[in-house]
Write a protein that binds this ligand. Structure first.
Ligand code: DGP
Length: 113
């Protein structure tokens, strides 16, 4: 399968790894939108949030849990941070392997553009 995030998860292409567990890996975004911008992904390929099988739903909690761990490790927890998951075209998804964005290090407006 020609998936850039599968290749990162399999260490076939390099990325700056921020966290790794049995089912989840996180790495710094190549095009950061904030001083800290980390992507948290399941190691298993799932294309979009619409495609998460019920038996794999727990991995979504693991993505959030990993993000909070990383936020604490990187010193973002007290000031705050944002987690975002984009789905399909209107959601702004460009890489079709689900990922959670962890953004921090600056104030972020709401609502997003
Ligand atoms: P999204 O638009 O939600 O699908 O976000 C995809 C993100 O992936 C985007 O912020 C840029 C990032 N990205 C794309 N290709 C690579 C890559 O090869 N390496 C890394 N580290 N990030 C990438």
């Amino acid at each position: 399968m020609d998936c850039i995030f599968c290749k990162i998860a399999n260490k076939e292409i390099p990325a700056r790894i921020a966290f790794e567990s049995d089912r989840v890996i996180a790495f710094h975004d190549l095009f950061p939108q904030a001083p800290t911008h980390v992507l948290v992904i399941p190691k298993t390929h799932i294309s979009t949030l619409n495609d998460v099988p019920a038996e794999q739903a727990p991995v979504l909690g693991e993505l959030v849990s990993a993000a909070t761990t990383i936020a604490k490790e990187l010193g973002l927890a007290d000031a705050g941070y944002r987690v975002v998951m984009n789905c399909n075209a209107d959601g702004g998804q460009s890489v079709y392997h689900i990922h959670l964005h962890l953004l921090g290090g600056r104030h972020m407006a709401w609502p997003p553009g």
